[in-house]
Design a protein around this ligand. Structure first.
Ligand SMILES: C[S@@+](CC[C@H](N)C(=O)[O-])C[C@H]1O[C@@H](n2cnc3c(N)ncnc32)[C@H](O)[C@@H]1O
Length: 218
């Protein structure tokens, strides 16, 4: 079992569930870029890891030059790795990788509201459904009207937690664009569209509490 989040990323080399999840997330990022209006596309990624989902997609996407992104990640080694990838792609003028707390709204000022919001590997690390609801509510700060929100949610002990996530997105008035389970059957990946107005001032400075530990594939 991984001891830290850097080690957790090594599971991408061996775990079919994570590899399939990454493939679907990249497909959905690509879809979101293809379906964004002409001109610049703003992207934010929360708890971005080493950014392989977004950066791996931009490596081959015709709209890469339109993307202005901010990735927020707390582990400095993952950020360093992500920054090296950004440099190798020649995207340093468009993509910022912030080493900071993704739960703090202050870290998104100047980058939101975004056209694409990536919240992968987070929902399984929230304490409970109240916290999930709080984060879904706070997406109105991060998202433009019509923004694509990409998310993942793993299942454990036979509980289809991704169905709970889909239910709450529905209740919040998001439109489901796509949802898929990995071939392993225990990881859900979705895209929802935010249909509300974006909220420029947040009631709280903390968007959610990340309470997970890297002891399972999320
Ligand atoms: C399950 S991993 C997901 C990484 C990436 N989004 C992915 O799907 O590959 C969770 C990530 O959240 C990061 N993290 C945990 N707490 C954080 C915080 N408060 N602010 C920013 N990142 C955080 C961890 O370091 C880890 O890289």
């Amino acid at each position: 079992m991984p001891k830290d989040w850097l080690e957790w990323h090594d599971l991408y080399n061996t775990e079919p569930k994570l590899q399939q999840r990454l493939e679907i997330v990249r497909e959905y990022i690509s879809y979101s870029l293809d379906n964004s209006p002409t001109g610049s596309i703003r992207v934010v990624s929360l708890c971005a890891g080493d950014g392989r989902d977004l950066l791996g997609t931009l490596a081959n996407h015709p709209r890469a030059k339109d993307v202005y992104a901010r990735l927020v990640e707390i582990n400095p080694q993952l950020v360093e790795r992500g920054r090296a990838t950004i440099e190798s792609l020649g995207l340093t003028k468009q993509i910022e990788f912030i080493n900071g707390d993704a739960t703090a709204s202050a870290n998104y000022v100047g980058a939101v509201p975004a056209d694409i919001v990536i919240v992968c590997g987070i929902f399984g690390n929230l304490a409970d459904e109240n916290e999930l609801n709080r984060l879904l509510g706070n997406l109105s700060f991060l998202s433009k009207k019509g923004a694509f929100v990409l998310w993942t949610r793993g299942h454990s002990n036979g509980v289809a937690s991704s169905e709970t996530v889909r239910k709450y997105f529905r209740e919040f008035g998001f439109d489901e664009v796509y949802f898929k389970l990995t071939a392993t059957g225990d990881m859900g990946v979705g895209i929802h569209r935010y249909l509300g107005e974006s909220l420029t001032v947040l009631k709280e400075q903390n968007l959610f509490v990340f309470s997970g530990i890297p002891n399972k594939t999320r």
